[in-house]
Design a protein around this ligand. Structure first.
Ligand SMILES: *[C@@H]1O[C@H](CO)[C@@H](O)[C@H](O)[C@H]1NC(C)=O
Ligand SMILES: *[C@@H]1O[C@H](CO)[C@@H](O)[C@H](O)[C@H]1NC(C)=O
Ligand SMILES: *[C@@H]1O[C@H](CO)[C@@H](O)[C@H](O)[C@H]1NC(C)=O
Length: 446
């Protein structure tokens, strides 16, 4: 009986599906995303949220570094390299990954990096405070040589620093750094942004990718803390990286008329701490600056965009941010299920933690959240989105400061503005724009 009643239903479903598919093919392609008409084109403030839209592209780790047959490591090393890293945790990680690629490129041996005092955090933490050293060494096996200890002959020496930062343009590590390495045998570098990765042989790129996305794991104790935090957040949840902090706003040179006196004071203090004086633009210049997408989104603006994306006000939101967020009522008045690490962990959990290890908690939660939205495109956002792509998590989105500024400067308001914001971000989401770095990830048509 049961079998007989299922079969006709099944055939009916097949027929219906075929018919729908036929319709989809025959309907004129009014936009490159015509399939979205089915799943959410009409939805601004509607029932369907941004994540339900059908994606056309996604980024996946490229095959050439996942498949583990590589060029054999050279028998002789050209010398030892220490990578010196500065800035916030994710900036240091990025530079370190670059450094691993460079060490392989130069047939050098890597010593553990120096993770420097970060002026932003006003404290220091070493590489081993955050990352599992043995795990790293083990997982770089075959990609690049890594040692914990230097050979006796050079163990007592400090590395000779080779400055890469000031050389712009056609910077090439083989031309510029290899001679110093061969001469001194032990050098330290801080990778330059302008390096020529396109000239790297694949085995050097593979070392970079392996280091960044497979070999770096948090220390056991940090990971335990992070997973305790993750467990405490109600599921499913969105991890939101807001960057409306005094240092960021001071640095941005943007004008914000609606700030509270407390925020104004915090921004003034942050301005005082920055090396060069960057006064906010005013008048027409301020408007041009804003339209170029230079101004961090306020919590108010972020809330408006989240609403345009039909993110429900009942969504559980983890705030991946430091304690310095300003004007946060702009978010919490609408989105009430907000969680932070200080609300979920006890004071005890934070003893012996510093800026970098706290940043590691946000990183861990954000690569494991159901969805991730960033209001900026900073080092953390790049690292998190790439890592999420690596793990097959694609509900990742960067809010467009520039798009928001353009639309509002055109005078769009209310429903019209919401609709335009929806379209803008939907297209980004559908095409997987900005969601991974192309050096280790390849675009994949869905
Ligand atoms: C590194 O070693 C490979 C062979 O293993 C060689 O082809 C390449 O030229 C070497 N590069 C440098 C910079 O020594
Ligand atoms: C950095 O931290 C030390 C000790 O915690 C403190 O005395 C000092 O004032 C801080 N410096 C800045 C610039 O915040
Ligand atoms: C956010 O919106 C509230 C209410 O409209 C307003 O009072 C406040 O000034 C706004 N904050 C910012 C930073 O624009």
């Amino acid at each position: 009986m049961f079998v007989f009643s299922v079969k006709p239903l099944f055939s009916f479903l097949i027929a219906t599906l075929s018919f729908l598919l036929l319709l989809a093919f025959l309907s004129p392609p009014s936009s490159p995303f015509s399939l979205n008409h089915i799943s959410g084109e009409q939805s601004s403030l509607g029932k369907v949220d941004i994540w339900s839209v059908r994606r056309l592209m996604e980024w996946r780790p490229c095959k050439w570094w996942l498949q583990e047959h590589h060029t054999a490591l050279p028998l002789e090393t050209n010398g030892y390299i220490r990578v010196d890293c500065y800035g916030g945790l994710n900036q240091m990680r990025r530079d370190f990954c670059d450094g691993v690629g460079i060490a392989r490129l130069l047939n050098a041996t890597l010593v553990l990096p120096k993770f420097e005092v970060a002026s932003y955090w006003n404290e220091s933490s070493g590489f081993a405070d955050v990352y599992d050293v043995d795990y790293f060494i083990q997982h770089m096996n075959g990609f690049v040589k890594v040692v914990k200890q230097l050979p006796l002959a050079i163990a007592s020496k400090e590395p000779v620093p080779v400055d890469c930062s000031k050389r712009k343009g056609q910077f090439d590590y083989v031309e510029s750094v290899l001679p110093s390495l061969l001469e001194h045998k032990y050098i330290s570098i801080t990778p330059a942004m302008s390096q020529r990765r396109d000239r790297y042989p694949l085995y050097a790129k593979a070392a970079l990718c392996q280091a960044c996305y497979k070999a770096l794991r948090l220390t056991r104790s940090l990971e335990m803390k992070a997973s305790k935090l993750l467990d405490a957040i109600p599921k499913p949840f969105l991890s939101l990286h807001l960057r409306f902090e005094p240092d960021m706003v001071a640095y941005s040179q943007c004008e914000y008329p609606g700030l509270s006196p407390a925020s104004v004071k915090a921004i003034k203090a942050a301005q005082g701490q920055q090396l060069t004086e960057r006064k906010p633009w005013t008048g027409e210049l301020a408007r041009i600056w804003r339209r170029r997408g230079k101004c961090p989104l306020t919590p108010n603006e972020t809330t408006l965009i989240l609403q345009a994306l039909s993110i429900s006000p009942s969504t559980n939101i983890y705030l991946a941010a430091g304690d310095g967020l300003m004007e946060i009522e702009g978010l919490t008045d609408t989105y009430t299920n907000i969680f932070t690490k200080s609300s979920l962990l006890s004071g005890e959990d934070f003893t012996s933690m510093h800026g970098n290890t706290k940043a590691a908690l946000d990183y861990y939660v954000s690569i494991n959240s159901d969805s991730y939205i960033a209001t900026y495109f900073g080092n953390m956002d790049k690292m998190v989105s790439a890592m999420r792509a690596f793990k097959g998590l694609h509900k990742t989105l960067f809010l467009s400061r520039r798009g928001f500024a353009e639309l509002t400067s055109q005078g769009l308001k209310g429903k019209e503005l919401m609709q335009a914001l929806w379209k803008l971000h939907r297209d980004d989401f559908v095409m997987g724009r900005g969601s991974a770095l192309s050096e280790c990830f390849c675009e994949f048509k869905l």
